[in-house]
Design a binder for this molecule. Structure first.
Ligand code: C5P
Length: 238
């Protein structure tokens, strides 16, 4: 399918129209950003790695009965997706305390949580994506109570599929962020990407960070660790 007009450019991806009204063309960029865009770098090969990893993960989720916007990978750094209206909520699911949760609760990073927890953040760059409650969501009028419940349930379901999947390849799924959107019929679908940009992934044996914290915290070469994830998921030759 041909790339049409550029519709939107985000920090990590560009979205284009296609000949089909409800299908978009996504191009993964080589940009790495952190801290709401304050830290920024071009990292050659990052877009290809995230496109391939997201493709593998959306495929695995589909096999487990979790639908997403993903249609197909069409090149090294491009994929087709269903057009959705993104709900401005970032859903974070956590198994182990790290990042902002460790800071907020005063937990040492790496402390296991008694059960997986779900958090909602308001996707709003100007406000710095603040943590919000279900009541904030209600007064902001950005999702219905039924949608909020669907997001919550889907977040935990995705965790139930991905946690063992990563465990099998020697990786601890510490936490991750999901985004959802409404398709043309109003159905809520998992959207955006699921990659080392949006998950914390630690090697089970060594606790080596295999995710974007390598970039955020200047811990080494980002593409080297993303390649480890892609290889362990069985996707290096694709
Ligand atoms: O920073 P924090 O600890 O809240 O991040 C939780 C998880 O959500 C991490 O896996 C992080 O990569 C992801 N995240 C993201 N995009 C954001 C904020 C967090 O992918 N804007």
């Amino acid at each position: 399918m041909e790339k049409g007009q550029l519709l939107y450019e985000g920090k990590a991806k560009r979205l284009y129209s296609t000949a089909e009204e409800n299908i978009l063309f996504v191009e993964y960029k080589d940009s790495a950003t952190a801290f709401n865009g304050e830290k920024k770098e071009e990292i050659a090969g990052k877009g290809i790695l995230n496109n391939k990893i997201t493709t593998l993960i959306f495929d695995k989720l589909k096999s487990a009965g979790i639908e997403s916007h993903f249609v197909e990978q069409i090149s090294e750094n491009e994929q087709l997706v269903k057009k959705v209206d993104i709900i401005p909520i970032e859903l974070v699911v956590r198994n182990i305390a790290a990042g902002s949760l460790a800071k907020r609760l005063g937990y040492e990073e790496g402390t296991p949580l008694r059960r997986p927890i779900v958090e909602f953040y308001y996707k709003n760059d100007d406000l710095g994506d603040p943590l919000i409650t279900t009541e904030h969501i209600e007064i902001l009028n950005i999702a219905t109570p039924e949608e909020v419940q669907a997001l919550y349930d889907n977040g935990l379901k995705v965790n139930e599929v991905l946690r063992p999947l990563f465990q099998e390849i020697g990786v601890t799924l510490v936490d991750f962020k999901l985004e959802f959107g409404r398709d043309a019929s109003g159905q809520v679908l998992l959207a955006d990407e699921v990659s080392p940009d949006t998950c914390r992934l630690w090697d089970i044996e060594t606790n080596q960070k295999l995710d974007k914290d390598v970039f955020r915290r200047d811990l080494g070469n980002l593409t080297d660790v993303y390649k480890i994830i892609l290889a362990r998921l069985g996707g290096l030759s694709k």
